[in-house]
Design a protein around this ligand. Structure first.
Ligand SMILES: NC(=O)c1ccc[n+]([C@@H]2O[C@H](COP(=O)([O-])OP(=O)(O)OC[C@H]3O[C@@H](n4cnc5c(N)ncnc54)[C@H](O)[C@@H]3O)[C@@H](O)[C@H]2O)c1
Ligand SMILES: O=C(O)C(=O)C[C@@H](O)[C@H](O)[C@H](O)COP(=O)(O)O
Ligand SMILES: [Zn+2]
Length: 373
């Protein structure tokens, strides 16, 4: 990954690059970038554009986005219902329908305007429409700005498991406008902070220290803190994706907390626990298991938990979710090899590894004993 901006401030936007050979793409990060043509137009494949968003985001940002699309384009919009429970093939099918009704061809471009739910579905629709068309990510939640818009994991949920249907399909560009975070509910901001903390825990102990010092600034939406956290997160993710695009190795580390977290999300019913909340609790569970293995000491677990809690995230699993409920769902996790259950754990704060947790009395005990709320 290269960093091509020398600008110390938000203007002009900072640009990072995801280095993937001929599928490389830029991540533009800044303030007031959404409504200007220079940040969108270069990445359009042709004249046909479908903007997909949801009913919450449309009234807030659709018009602003359209200002960045030149007049000569044929622009259609599709507004989907809002919620994780709508991250389904049925909604992706509505995107395919809209493309076909408009008569769009292989040179069309899809624009995902929204959080990770919209981004994942639009990416999958783009991956599969006429065997693959261009798409651009315009993420509007912190979570989607630091994680889901980058790296090309696209797809939908299945009632039995998160993101079980999908494809790797990279966007042509990612356009991050931090101004959108002003309207984001604080619970959603906290959910995004879970993925930010994740990067520090898996790969960057300096960043962990920075997060401890700046958590209140981030929760207070201070622009400089936000830009720093988004840039650092995107840089860490872009490096990992460039190294291992399809998760044959190191990319699995981005799943810290997710084996537990995905189990919580699907068990509780999609949308009950936000993805970031489930990942927050899942990272606390991973830290506790790492402690039981003798890898983290008491002080390190306390530090990890304090950071998760300071972001406004839970440190407990859901009340009524039993060990067997976890195991039933964790057995379907995509990282597993044959019947072997693989978890991302922490060797230290800032260094993660993939651990073969089968068979494990220790895992069973953790799932039984971990606090519930
Ligand atoms: N593809 C990946 O690599 C990847 C990475 C992480 C998470 N994900 C997926 O992303 C999803 C979670 O994404 P999310 O946290 O962005 O949730 P989300 O897309 O559901 O958005 C959260 C809520 O915020 C609203 N919203 C979005 N932008 C807003 C704004 N600027 N102002 C006000 N409201 C706004 C949305 O309408 C929604 O109600 C999950 O499905 C998760 O599995 C994917
Ligand atoms: O990009 C990745 O790789 C990640 O694992 C990022 C995660 O934060 C994200 O939630 C992803 O969707 C999880 O992927 P999955 O393959 O475990 O479904
Ligand atoms: Zn995630």
């Amino acid at each position: 990954m290269t960093h091509d901006s020398t600008a110390p401030s938000r203007l002009p936007p900072t640009t990072l690059n995801v280095d993937l050979g001929e599928r490389s793409y830029p991540i533009h990060i800044g303030s007031a970038v959404m409504g200007t043509a220079e940040w969108l137009a270069p990445y359009l494949a042709g004249n046909q554009v479908l903007v997909v968003t949801n009913e919450t985001i449309a009234p807030l940002y659709l018009e602003r986005l359209r200002l960045g699309l030149p007049d000569h384009l044929e622009v259609r919009t599709l507004v989907l219902p809002d919620g994780e429970e709508y991250k389904t093939l049925e909604q992706v099918s509505r995107i395919w329908d809209a493309l076909l009704e408009a008569g769009f061809n292989r040179r069309c471009t899809l624009i995902a305007l929204g959080g990770g739910v919209i981004g994942d579905m639009v990416g999958y629709a783009a991956a599969s429409y006429q065997r693959g068309v261009a798409f651009i990510q315009v993420p509007t939640t912190l979570l989607s700005q630091v994680d889901s818009s980058v790296g090309g994991k696209t797809g939908v949920n299945h009632p039995r498991g998160k993101n079980m249907i999908g494809a790797f399909w990279q966007p042509k560009a990612v356009l991050i406008d931090i101004d959108t975070l002003i309207t984001l509910p604080s619970r959603e901001l906290s959910a995004g902070l879970a993925e930010v903390i994740k990067y520090g825990l898996i790969r960057d102990s300096d960043f962990l220290g920075w997060l401890e010092a700046n958590m209140q600034a981030l929760r207070g939406l201070e622009p400089d803190a936000l830009v720093s956290a988004i840039e650092r997160s995107c840089r860490l993710k872009a490096d990992i994706v460039a190294e291992d695009e399809t998760e044959q190795g190191v990319r699995a580390l981005l799943n810290l907390g997710h084996t537990f977290g995905h189990a919580i999300e699907s068990h509780q019913g999609y949308g009950q626990w936000l993805h970031g909340e489930a990942v927050g609790a899942g990272m606390a569970m991973a830290a506790e298991l790492s402690h039981r293995l003798g890898w983290l000491d008491d002080a390190q677990v306390a530090r990890c938990n304090a950071l998760i809690a300071s972001a406004g995230l839970p440190l407990e699993a859901p009340q009524g979710m039993e060990a067997d409920d976890f195991l039933e769902r964790m057995r379907l996790d995509k990282k597993n090899l044959d019947a072997r259950l693989r978890l991302v754990l922490l060797e230290s704060l800032g260094k993660a590894c993939v651990f073969d947790a089968t068979p494990s009395d220790m895992l069973q005990a953790l799932l039984e004993e971990f606090p519930r709320r």
